[in-house]
Design a protein around this ligand. Structure first.
Ligand code: GCO
Ligand code: MN
Ligand code: MN
Length: 388
C-alpha cells in the first residue's frame, strides 16, 4: 500500500553492520556473503532510507593504509551525494579486536585506554567530515565476568575520565555532534557497566559537559533486562536526554536477538512510535537489528523494507488512537483536575503545607472512581488487531 512506502522525509536510518550482518553466532559460522560497505549504502539509499550509521571498521577495514582510507572516503562522499543519503551517526568499534578483551575505556591497562581514545578521536574526525549529527558510545566490552578483577567504582571513574576527555576534544575541535551513550545489561560481557537507561542518565550528570551527552536507548536492550522500553525511552525524553534511538524487537530476558522491528512486543512498540511521533522526534527513526540467519541477501532487503513498513503501519495506528472517540473519551474521564489543590502542590510554601495538612479527604469516596482500563486496553487491542 502506497501509504506505507518509506520516504526520505520519514528519516529512517540503519547501521551498516545491520545489513552487512552475516548471520554468525557463537555456535555457527556465517550464512551470507560479505556485503561491501559502498554497495550497502547504495542499496539503502535506493530504498529511500534517509541515513546510514557506521563504526569506523565497518567502512574502513581495520589496519587499512592511508591510501585505502582516502579512496573509501572519497567514494563514500560520492555515494552520499548520488543516492541522497546522509551519514546520520558515527560510532567506534571498541569491542571486536582482541586488544579490547577486558574493556576499552575501563581496561586496567592505560595503553589500552589511550589506544581506545585514539581510535575514537580518529573516527570522530571522519564522522565530522561525513556530516554525522550524533556520535554513539556503546561500551560492549566495558564489563566483567570476574568481580574480583575489577571494581565497578573504578571502572566508572575511568569511563568518566574518557568521556570527559572526548567531550573536551570535541569542543576544542568544534565538532557539532552530540554524544549518546547506549546502555546494555550484558552480552558480550557477563555484566556490562551502565546497564540501563537509568544508569546512563545518572552517569551523565557526573560529567564535565553533561549538555553534550545523552542516551541512546535500544528496544532490545531494555527488554533483555525485563524492562519496559516505552518507559525507558519516555524517561530519557522527559529528561531532555533522548539523543538517539535504536529500534528493533526482542523477546524478553534472552540474549540480544536484534529481531526485525515490530516482529515482537507489538503493544510496547506501538507506544514507542507514539512517543516519538506525538513529540515530533527530530532525530532519525533508527533501526539497530539483524536479518534472520536463515536469510540470503534478498532477505536482507526484505528485512529493511519490513522494518520501515511496520513503523509506518504503527504510526498510522497512533493516528487512529489519537482520533478514536471512545479512547479519547475514556482518557478524558480518568484525568480529573482540581486547580486550587494542584496549585498548592505545585509550588511549596509553608502556608500551603499547613493548609494541606488541614484539608479533609474521604479516601473511600476517592477510591470509588471508576477507571475503565479494561475497556481502554481492549479498544487499543482491537485497533492493533485491525478490527477497530
Ligand atoms: C548491540 C548494540 C550495538 C551498538 C552498535 C553501535 O547490538 O549490542 O546495539 O549494535 O548499537 O555497536 O555502537
Ligand atoms: Mn542490540
Ligand atoms: Mn544498538
Amino acid at each position: 500500500m502506497a501509504a506505507f512506502t518509506p520516504k526520505k522525509e520519514h528519516r529512517f536510518s540503519f547501521g551498516l553492520w545491520c545489513t552487512a550482518n552475516r548471520g554468525r553466532d557463537p555456535f555457527g559460522e556465517e550464512t551470507r556473503d560479505r556485503l561491501d560497505p559502498l554497495t550497502n549504502i547504495k542499496e539503502l539509499g535506493k530504498r529511500n532510507v534517509y541515513g546510514f550509521n557506521y563504526h569506523d571498521d565497518d567502512l574502513i577495514p581495520f589496519g587499512a593504509s592511508l591510501q585505502q582510507r582516502n579512496k573509501i572516503i572519497k567514494e563514500t562522499k560520492k555515494i552520499i551525494k548520488d543516492y541522497a543519503i546522509v551519514c546520520s551517526m558515527a560510532t567506534t568499534n571498541l569491542f571486536y579486536h582482541r586488544v579490547f578483551k577486558d574493556g576499552a575505556f575501563t581496561s586496567h591497562d592505560p595503553h589500552v585506554r589511550a589506544y581506545a581514545l585514539q581510535k575514537v578521536m580518529k573516527n570522530m574526525e571522519l564522522g565530522a567530515e561525513l556530516g554525522a549529527k550524533t556520535y554513539v558510545f556503546w561500551g560492549g566490552r566495558e564489563g566483567a565476568e570476574v568481580d574480583a578483577a575489577k571494581t565497578p567504582g573504578e571502572a566508572i571513574k575511568r569511563y568518566r575520565e574518557c568521556m570527559n576527555f572526548l567531550c573536551a576534544h570535541a569542543r576544542r575541535q568544534g565538532y557539532g555532534f552530540r554524544f549518546a551513550i547506549e546502555p546494555k545489561p550484558n552480552e558480550p560481557r557477563g555484566d556490562i557497566f551502565l546497564a540501563t537507561a537509568g544508569h546512563v542518565l545518572a552517569f551523565i550528570e557526573t560529567l564535565d559537559d553533561p549538555e553534550r551527552v545523552g542516551v541512546n536507548p535500544e528496544i532490545e536492550h531494555s527488554r533483555m533486562a525485563g524492562l519496559n522500553t516505552y518507559h525507558d525511552f519516555a524517561q530519557c525524553m522527559e529528561a531532555g536526554k533522548l539523543y538517539h534511538v535504536d529500534l528493533g524487537a526482542q523477546k524478553p530476558n534472552r540474549f540480544d536477538q536484534d529481531l526485525r522491528f515490530g516482529s515482537e512486543d507489538l503493544k510496547e512498540t506501538f507506544f514507542v512510535v507514539k512517543l516519538l511521533e506525538d513529540h515530533g522526534w527530530a532525530g532519525t527513526r533508527n533501526f539497530d537489528e539483524h536479518p534472520y540467519r536463515s536469510e540470503n541477501e534478498q532477505g536482507v532487503w526484505d528485512f529493511v523494507e519490513g522494518s520501515m513498513r511496520s513503523y509506518l503501519i504503527l504510526w498510522e495506528k497512533v493516528k487512529r488512537f489519537n482520533a478514536d472517540k471512545k479512547i479519547q473519551q475514556i482518557l478524558k474521564s480518568v484525568h480529573n483536575s482540581d486547580p486550587a489543590l494542584e496549585l498548592l502542590m505545585g509550588r511549596y510554601t509553608p502556608e500551603g503545607a499547613e493548609k494541606l495538612k488541614r484539608h479533609s479527604f474521604d479516601p473511600m469516596a476517592l477510591s470509588k472512581k471508576r477507571l475503565p482500563y479494561e475497556e481502554l486496553d481492549q479498544r487499543l487491542q482491537e485497533l492493533l488487531l485491525g478490527v477497530a
